[in-house]
Design a protein around this ligand. Structure first.
Ligand code: NIG
Ligand code: FE
Length: 388
C-alpha cells in the first residue's frame, strides 16, 4: 500500500543530500510512504503514481518530533509547589519526594492510564518517539513496575533508580547506591534500554553516578546523565568519559564541559521547559552549537520541573530564550533527539527511514517558533499509519 503526500510547500528532511542547508529543505515537495517506511522523496511534479494520495495544499511537513527525555510514570501533580515557585520560592529537587509517595500509592492501572494520557497528548503535538524513565518508585518493586508500565507505551525506556536517595535511606546513601547497583538493577535491566543518574548536589555525586552508570553498562544498558542542571558539577564530563548517549540539561557549563562535549559523541540535550517552569536561567545553546556539539531539544515532561508534553512549545522557547534559530531548534527537536537515542531510522525523512511525519497547518517549520502556542499540528503519521 503506497501513499503519496504532495504539494508540500516546505519539506524538512534533515538530510542535506536531499535538499537545501542542514535541514535538507525541499520546496514544492512530495513524499511516498510504503508500509511503515518512506520510499521516495522529490518534487510534486516528479511524483510517481501511488495507491492513495493526500494533497498537503501548500503546508509544511517535517519528521515526527523525537522527545528523548521525559518522566511520564508518575501519579498526582505538584500544583502547590508550582504556585509557591511563581510566588518566589526556588525549585528544589526535594519535591521529587512528593511524587515518589503518590506514585508508590498508585495502582498499576492508574500509572498505565497516566502514561497513556501523556503519550497521547505528546502524539497530538507531533511527537512520534518518546523516551521515558522510572525514578518515582525508588524501591526494587516500584522501579521495576515503572519500567514495565513504560515499556507498554515506548521502546525507549530508561532506568532512573538513582533519581534521589529516598527517605528510608536518608542516613545511608551508600546503602541506596548498593541497592541500585545490585538488586534494583537485577530487577530493572531486563525492562530498560538506558541507565540514567541525576548527578547533582543533593542527589548523586560524581563517584556515585560513575558507579551506577558503569554497573548499568555492565548489564547492557547505555548511560545517559542528568547533568549540570541546578549548578556546575561533574555530570557532563562524566557523561563524555563514559560515552553516554546524552548529557541532559547542560545549564551550568564551564569551558571544559563544552570542550569535553565537543570532543566526544555525547549529545547535549537541552530542556527549556524546565527553565521555564522553574524560572531559572536557560542553557546557552548558541555556545554549544558554535563549539560543534550535537544538540537535542526535549520536554523533560514531569510533574515537578517541567509539566509540558509539547515539543512545539520547547522549539519556541529555544528560539526565544536560548539563541537558536528556528532551523536549529527544529533540527534539535527531530534529528537531535534521534542522535540522543542513537537512532538512525527516525528524525530524518529519506528513503528507508521510518515514516514518522508531521503535517503543519503552516507553510513552513519556522511557524513553530513564529506562532508560539498555536496548535499547528494538523496530521501525524507514525510508522506509516495516520495516527492524528
Ligand atoms: O529532569 N532533575 C531531575 N529530575 C527532573 C525533575 C523531577 C521532579 O522535579 O519531579 C528533571 O528536571
Ligand atoms: Fe529529567
Amino acid at each position: 500500500m503506497t501513499t503519496l503526500i504532495s504539494n508540500i510547500a516546505t519539506l524538512v528532511t534533515n538530510d542535506p543530500s536531499l535538499g537545501r542547508g542542514p535541514l535538507g529543505l525541499v520546496e514544492d515537495a512530495a513524499v511516498v510512504i510504503d508500509g511503515d517506511r518512506v520510499v521516495w522523496i522529490g518534487t510534486t511534479s516528479q511524483a510517481p503514481a501511488t495507491d492513495s494520495h493526500l494533497d498537503a495544499e501548500g503546508r509544511a511537513v517535517l519528521p515526527g518530533f523525537v522527545d528523548s527525555h521525559s518522566h511520564l510514570v508518575f501519579a498526582g501533580d505538584r500544583t502547590a509547589e508550582f504556585n509557591a515557585r511563581m510566588e518566589g520560592r526556588a525549585y528544589s529537587a526535594g519535591g521529587i519526594r512528593t511524587t515518589v509517595a503518590a506514585t508508590r500509592a498508585a495502582t498499576d492501572a492508574e500509572l498505565d492510564a497516566a502514561v497513556a494520557r501523556y503519550t497521547a497528548e505528546a502524539l497530538r503535538q507531533g511527537t512520534t518517539t518518546i523516551e521515558t524513565k522510572s525514578g518515582y518508585g525508588l524501591t526494587v518493586a516500584d522501579e521495576a513496575r515503572a519500567l514495565r508500565v513504560a515499556a507498554r507505551h515506548t521502546d525507549e525506556v530508561t532506568f532512573l533508580g538513582a533519581h534521589i536517595v529516598p527517605d528510608e535511606y536518608a542516613d545511608d546513601p551508600a546503602g541506596y547506591v548498593a541497592l541500585v547497583t545490585g538488586a534494583m538493577l537485577d530487577a530493572c535491566a531486563p525492562h530498560a534500554r538506558w541507565v540514567d543518574v541525576f548527578c547533582e548536589r543533593g542527589a548523586f555525586d560524581g563517584d556515585q553516578a560513575r558507579a551506577i552508570l558503569t554497573a548499568g553498562r555492565d548489564r547492557g544498558l547505555v548511560p545517559r546523565v542528568h547533568a549540570n542542571q541546578l549548578g556546575p558539577g561533574p555530570g557532563v564530563q562524566l557523561a563524555v568519559e563514559l560515552d553516554a548517549a546524552s548529557a541532559d540539561h547542560c545549564t551550568h557549563l564551564t569551558d571544559a564541559d563544552v570542550d569535553a562535549l565537543a570532543g566526544g559523541r555525547t549529545v547535549a540535550t537541552l530542556l527549556p521547559g524546565a527553565e521555564f517552569s522553574t524560572r531559572s536561567r536557560y542553557p546557552d545553546a548558541r555556545r554549544l552549537l558554535d563549539a560543534g556539539v550535537t544538540v537535542a531539544l526535549s520536554t523533560d515532561c514531569n510533574p515537578g520541573s517541567s509539566f509540558t508534553s509539547s515539543m512545539p512549545f520547547c522549539v519556541a522557547l529555544a528560539v526565544r530564550e536560548m539563541g537558536m534559530t528556528p532551523d536549529e531548534a527544529v533540527h534539535a527537536a527531530t534529528a537531535g533527539g534521534a542522535a540522543a537515542l542513537r537512532r538512525t531510522d527516525i528524525g530524518r525523512l529519506r528513503p528507508g527511514a521510518r515514516a514518522d511525519l508531521v503535517l503543519l497547518d503552516a507553510p513552513s517549520h519556522v511557524h513553530l517558533a513564529y506562532r508560539p502556542g498555536v496548535p499547528l499540528v494538523r496530521a501525524v503519521w507514525r510508522a506509516g499509519a495516520r495516527v492524528v
